[in-house]
Design a protein around this ligand. Structure first.
Ligand SMILES: [Zn+2]
Length: 361
């Protein structure tokens, strides 16, 4: 009896010891497990913060309200396009040069050529590496460079789009009224600018892009009417506007390239008419256009400006009309991009996205 009692006591001591050992082990292993779970989760919060660091101006989900844009315009970001005599797309009248574009353009100063390469490299990596759900390095150097609509297709059937590649080989300084409501006159067609790096004239570059745009939009079912398909024409700004009006265009797009005294000025700008039956919507639509283009190209959208400066817009207020400054030929990076077929296609993709938005508005 004594022996069996001793045995039972011995066994319970062993069992107790084992129990304590198990509990101790559970406590020590537990935290390890938690720690290892934590390390595997570390990446997601980092990504979120990377995304937050993106330039809010590049947001494209919802277009800016007209009010915000007005603030932009009156806030002074907007004289850049008017700040150089060259860059008035229609005439050479000198305008306000007081505003500072350095500040706004410095954000987009990084070389876009490099970033385009980076983006394509990242896209390739993305498809091969299963564990990398999105490009990460781009957010460190170029927060807004990944084109999201590139190559997207839209149903544009039923739409009439009039494309006016600005200028022509030979300017025409004969005068015509700047607006139906004005006695003021302006040159029929101005010479436009030229590229600091490529040396190419604006009229040639915008026609090249315009023809590509026509092909892109037609492939999506749109009816596209060009105001010109050659550089050797003589068509005034009023005559160009009339082509849009007579065809009752759903979108009238005037293609231009910008110029500035500041070689660092870059990016995309939109101009609309501040008068007429569509004036209340024009700035909102202009922002759609600018944001679609920024989204497709990764370039900076500078804002939409409404005025009565441009005769080609003033004479086409019955249809949605936009003067699009696609980039600065006085900036060598923008200049190279504007002649780059891949970049030209991104511009066309952005316009296609915009037309789709206009169709479904
Ligand atoms: Zn121009």
């Amino acid at each position: 009896m004594k022996n069996s009692k001793k045995l039972i006591a011995g066994m319970s001591v062993v069992t107790g010891a084992l129990l304590i050992l198990t509990i101790v082990l559970m406590f020590t292993i537990g935290p390890w497990k938690k720690a290892s779970t934590k390390t595997s989760d570390v990446r997601s919060p980092r990504k979120t913060s990377d995304m937050e660091s993106d330039d809010p101006d590049e947001e494209t989900g919802d277009p800016k309200e007209p009010g915000q844009s007005s603030a932009l315009i009156s806030g002074g970001e907007w004289t850049a396009s008017d700040e150089d005599p060259w860059d008035d797309p229609e005439t050479s009248e000198p305008v306000d040069t007081t505003e500072d574009t350095e500040e706004t353009t410095s954000e987009t100063k990084e070389t876009t050529e490099e970033s385009t390469e980076e983006t394509t490299e990242e896209t390739t990596e993305e498809t091969t590496a299963e564990t990398t759900p999105e490009p990460e390095t781009s957010s460190e150097t170029e927060p807004s460079r990944a084109p999201s609509h590139s190559g997207g297709s839209y149903d544009l059937s039923g739409m009439v789009i009039v494309i006016d590649p600005g200028h022509q080989r030979h300017a025409n300084s004969d005068q015509e009224p700047v607006a139906p409501w004005s006695d003021e006159t302006k040159a029929k067609v101005s010479a436009g600018t030229s590229g600091v790096a490529t040396g190419r004239p604006e009229y040639e570059v915008v026609l090249e892009i315009g023809l590509r745009m026509r092909d892109t939009l037609e492939a999506m079912g749109a009816t596209v009417i060009m105001t010109r398909t050659s550089n050797d024409v003589d068509i005034s700004n009023i005559e160009r506007a009339n082509i849009a009006v007579e065809n009752d265009a759903d979108v009238f797009l005037r293609l231009h390239c910008d110029a500035s005294d500041s070689s660092s000025a870059r990016g995309i700008g939109v101009f609309v008419c501040s008068r007429g039956e569509l004036a209340d919507s024009q700035v909102k639509w202009g922002d759609w256009l600018g944001n679609c283009l920024a989204d497709a190209t990764g370039s900076k959208y500078r804002g939409c400006s409404a005025s009565t400066t441009y005769s080609g817009l003033n004479w086409a207020t019955s249809v949605p009309s936009f003067l699009l400054e696609m980039g600065f030929m006085t900036n060598s990076d923008d200049d190279w991009l504007l002649s780059d077929p891949d970049y030209q296609q991104l511009l066309c993709d952005g316009v296609a996205a915009f037309c789709s938005k206009m169709k479904n508005r």
